[in-house]
Structures are given as C-alpha cells and as structure tokens.
Design a binder for this molecule. Sequence first.
Ligand SMILES: Cc1cc2nc3c(=O)[nH]c(=O)nc-3n(C[C@H](O)[C@H](O)[C@H](O)COP(=O)(O)O)c2cc1C
Length: 322
Amino acid sequence: MLKIGSLKLSSPFILAPMAGVSDLPFRMLNRKFGCELAFIEMLNVRSLSYKSKRTSFMLSTEAGDRPLGMQILGKEPRFILRGLEVLKKYKFDILDFNAACPARKVVARQEGAALLREPKRLKELLKVVVKNSSVPVTVKIRSGWDENSVNAREAALYAEEAGISALFIHGRTRAQGYSGKVDYEAIRSVKKALKIPVIASGDIFSAVLAKQMFEETGCDGVAIARGALGNPWIFKEISAFLKNGRVIQRPELNEVVKVMVGHLNACVDYHGTRIGVVVFRKFFAWYTKGFRVVRVFREKACHAKTKEEMLRVIEEFGAAHR
Ligand SMILES: Cc1cc2nc3c(=O)[nH]c(=O)nc-3n(C[C@H](O)[C@H](O)[C@H](O)COP(=O)(O)O)c2cc1C
C-alpha cells in the first residue's frame, strides 16, 4: 500500500501527468487496465484563475475517474491562491506542484524546473499550497537543473519542510529533457533523505524496468508516463511481474484493435469528431509501435478526418497484420 497523506492507494503504480495526453478518455482507459491514481493534465494557475474555457474543459471528469491527481504550475503566490480558489469546486484527491517541467517557455517564466535553481523559493511556494489545500500536496521535481547542479536531495528536503505529503521525482535534469540516462543515484539519495514517500519516474517502459527502479532507488512507487502511451497493458504487466514474477505476454492483435476502437470512440465522444480524431492520430502511432509495416497506416491515420475514416484505417491495419 502507498499512503500519500490521507490518501491510501493499493497500487504504487501511478499514471504520471502528461500535458496534451492525460485527458479523461486516456485516464479512464488506463484505469480499466489497473491504474489507480491518475493525473489530469498540468494546469497553469494563471489560466486557472482566469477560468479559461480550455482549462475548464481540461478539468472535466466523471464518477469513476478517482483517485484523481491535479497538478498546478506557477510561481506567483497570488495566482496560486486564485487557482486554488477555483479548484475548490472540483473533486480530486491530491494536488501536485510542478517543479519539473523543462519547456523553454515555462522555465523562461522561472516556473517548472526553473524552481530547482531556487529551492528556498520552492519551499515558500509549497508552504502556500499546503496551507491552502484541502487535499494532500505533493511536488514533482527533477534530479536538478543540469549535470553541474544535481540538487534533488537539497530541493526535496526543502520541500519536505514545507509540509508536503509525498514527492515525485523524474530522475533526469532539466537539461536532459526526456533523453539520456535516468539518474537512479539521485533518486536513491532523495529517498534516503526523506521521511515522506518518494515516487520515481523515468523510463518505466516495462515490468523489468519498474522492478529495477524499485530495487535501485528504494522508491515507494513509480509514475509511468511514456510507457503507457498506446500501452495501457503496462499496468497489469508491472503488477503481475512484481507480485509473483509472472510475465504477461504482449496483447494479441485483436485486443490491440479492440482497445484502439474503444479509445477512438471515447476521444470522439469527449472532444467531438474533429478534435477527437486529431487527438487519436498520435495514439494510433503509439498503439502501432513495434508492429511491422506501419508507415502506410500511420500516414493514412494522419489524414483521417472522420471517425469512420479512422475506423477504416484501424480495420485495414488489423487485417494486414492477421
Ligand atoms: C507528452 C508528455 C507530457 C508530459 N507532461 C508533464 C506534465 O504536464 N507534468 C509533469 O510533471 N510531467 C510531465 N511529463 C513528464 C512525465 O510525467 C515523466 O516524468 C517523464 O516523461 C519521465 O517518465 P517516462 O520516462 O516514463 O516517460 C510529460 C511527459 C511527456 C512524454
């Protein structure tokens, strides 16, 4: 069991937040496959406080979409407070503060991973969040800004002092982005230093890599991001392997096709046809990863405009691989 403040989770395998990906259909799909805690897409507190249409849409959820994590991004206490005020009318279970986002436009505003360069400021911001949140607060950090400033341990200790309930860490520096080696040592040093649970992130692409993350770092949970793209089966795979060493085979083609159709339908129901089909295009590419001769189908998927056109591409892909 993993305990994050008052939230008790029976599974330590968490669906990490992914901007542009973690919409309601994606979360619900992963939940069907054993994911317990899932995150909504990152919310900028400024957009939240202006109640932008897009932000309100991102916040849509449904009864089965729990336990649910929100993640906020910001650096100005007055906007953080306004954002938290807006969030009051929504039901969710934990609130994560982002100090990990590497995007240039984000760090240029001194937000996201840029806060790792000012760990004391991060602590002060977290204090504001903790004081004004009715649910447990967590923070997401990286191992540091760049290889010359790996300060995850220091930042994590400051964050813990602010009263957070758990810490998420992506074991890469901001400079690494999403490539290069995951720094298990940085995660291990954070885990050793903190009393609160530490949830590790970085290259959990398989059950073996999940096991390695637990063993190398001593972390209390893992957050899966890219490993779940077009692969909701990863939750069952990791769970079975860590429970009793059982290796689950990759799903049969028919199962992949069935899940794709269900996901497409959910995208269209949620976003409407035009956007739903566009959103699904990238998932098509992820679902078909690892199959032979996929380029032609991906190209067709990229041009599909209606649900029927996309269904036809999925059907053709299935037929060509049977
Ligand atoms: C498309 C995409 C969007 C992401 N968006 C966020 C985000 O909004 N907030 C966040 O904390 N991390 C975000 N991440 C980082 C992931 O949560 C995760 O920490 C990182 O990708 C490392 O895990 P992985 O190697 O399993 O992908 C994003 C990653 C990807 C690939």
